[in-house]
Write a protein that binds this ligand. Structure first.
Ligand code: GDP
Length: 396
């Protein structure tokens, strides 16, 4: 009997050991599978691995969610998170911040003038050289002659010159040429319960779209609200580009409903939207195709007239590429004949040593340079400041 019991116990033990051996490989497969799913982060259908961008805290906080029954309609997808708006810096002091960039491009011209004026003997030949340096820097023939005449008189009156005196004399003369009576301030204040309206004009390629984008940022940085009107309706890429700039700082962009739509209707719609939303400023981009003067006149004239059905146009800014010299001045003349330009935006001043164009264009159009573009970065647009500009030329 005891012998039989011993055999039964042994048989039970053998069976139990065999069962464990059989189970072991199964467990061994399950553990690594679960781990590999986690490592890849690919979500193998277990529901425990978050998808990229999923808020994992949402799953654990509620605790009352139940899995949807098979075949039941799934909850609508969450809307994508709102884009994070950028906070651009205010416009004050920008030109000072960008002065190093200006100095890098302009000191060649300033240093040449200082060198010539510091010569022991200022003979006719030296004065001719001074005039040539000024003309090469795009100051323009008439202003260059004026500067030379003024400097000659000062040298005669003041006699001997230390390097500091030469510098102070040249600084005063250049400042006198760059400064204007007209205010350089942009009219961006709401009036009579309506937004300020700015029309931006200029030839394609001068940096018009970029300038409007930078300007919108700068206004937002100063605490203003902005609506953009993409009335350059023939350039789909420019419309998209403008909207991208606007989206980054929360400025609404009114777009044409189709390529080639009537620019005046887009401008009207943008102004109407600006009035309704009670924003501070509406900036309208316009066509930059210099096909014919009459074509341009018709188009810009119509845009302006249509806006004026709702409110006044407070600024007409002409965007001019500083690197284009005389050609740029010719374009400026055409635009000035077609619309009443109230301010000039001189772009790409970081890319040319010919900063004298500031003097030439102000004199040519009789309107002040209000803004300058000093780079491709989003905040590389600055309110123009004559003293900072002249000091950058003189490397001070
Ligand atoms: P648009 O055709 O007149 O609208 O010109 P865009 O705004 O598209 O600009 C043309 C090119 O000029 C782009 O590559 C801009 O980044 C560049 N640009 C615009 N303003 C400046 C500036 O102040 N400095 C430099 N270096 N490049 C600029």
């Amino acid at each position: 009997m005891a012998y039989i019991i011993l055999i039964v116990v042994l048989a039970v033990l053998i069976l139990a050991a065999g069962g464990t051996m059989l189970l072991r490989p199964r467990l061994g497969r399950r553990v690594p599978r679960a781990r590999s799913g986690g490592d890849l982060g690919a979500g193998t259908g277990t529901g425990t691995i978050p998808r990229p961008g999923t808020d994992t805290t949402a799953d654990t906080s509620g605790g009352t969610q139940t899995a949807p029954a098979p075949g039941a309609p799934t909850a609508p997808a969450e809307p994508p998170p709102a884009p994070v708006l950028e906070k651009p810096p205010p416009s004050a002091g920008r030109m000072m911040r960008l002065r190093a960039r200006l100095a890098r491009s302009q000191t060649g011209f300033g240093a040449a003038l200082l060198g010539l004026l510091s010569r022991d003997r200022l003979d006719d030949e030296t004065w001719d050289e001074i005039e040539e340096v000024l003309i090469t820097a795009d100051v323009g023939v008439t202003p260059a002659r004026q500067i030379v005449t003024d400097l000659r008189t000062r040298v005669k009156v003041e006699g001997t010159r230390t390097p500091d005196e030469v510098r102070a004399m040249l600084r005063a003369e250049l400042l006198a040429q760059v400064e204007t009576e007209a205010s350089r301030a942009l009219r961006t204040q709401r009036h009579e319960g309506r937004p300020a309206v700015m029309l931006v004009v200029g030839v394609n390629g001068t940096g018009k779209t970029t300038t409007i984008g930078k300007l919108a940022r700068s206004l937002v940085g100063d605490g203003e609200t902005v609506v953009l009107g993409a009335a350059d309706t023939f350039r789909a890429a420019a419309v998209d580009q403008l909207q991208t700039w606007g989206d980054r700082v929360g400025a609404e962009t009114v777009r044409p409903d189709k390529e080639g739509a009537d620019p005046a209707s887009v401008a009207f719609e943008a102004v109407s939207q600006g009035i309704e939303a009670e924003v501070d400023v509406v900036i309208i981009d316009t066509a930059g195709r210099l096909h014919t003067k009459t074509g341009l006149m018709d188009e810009l004239g119509k845009v302006k007239r249509v806006i004026e059905k709702r409110t006044s146009v407070d600024e007409v800014l002409l965007v001019l590429d500083a690197t284009t010299g005389q050609n740029g001045l010719r374009q400026a003349r055409v635009f000035a004949e077609v619309v009443d330009v109230s301010g000039i935006v001189l772009t790409k001043l970081d890319g040319t040593a010919k900063g004298g164009i500031v003097i030439a264009v102000q004199r040519e159009l009789g309107v002040p340079v209000k803004l300058v573009g000093l780079g491709e970065g989003p905040d590389d647009l600055a309110p123009f400041d004559a003293e900072t500009f002249v000091d950058a030329i003189l490397g001070g």
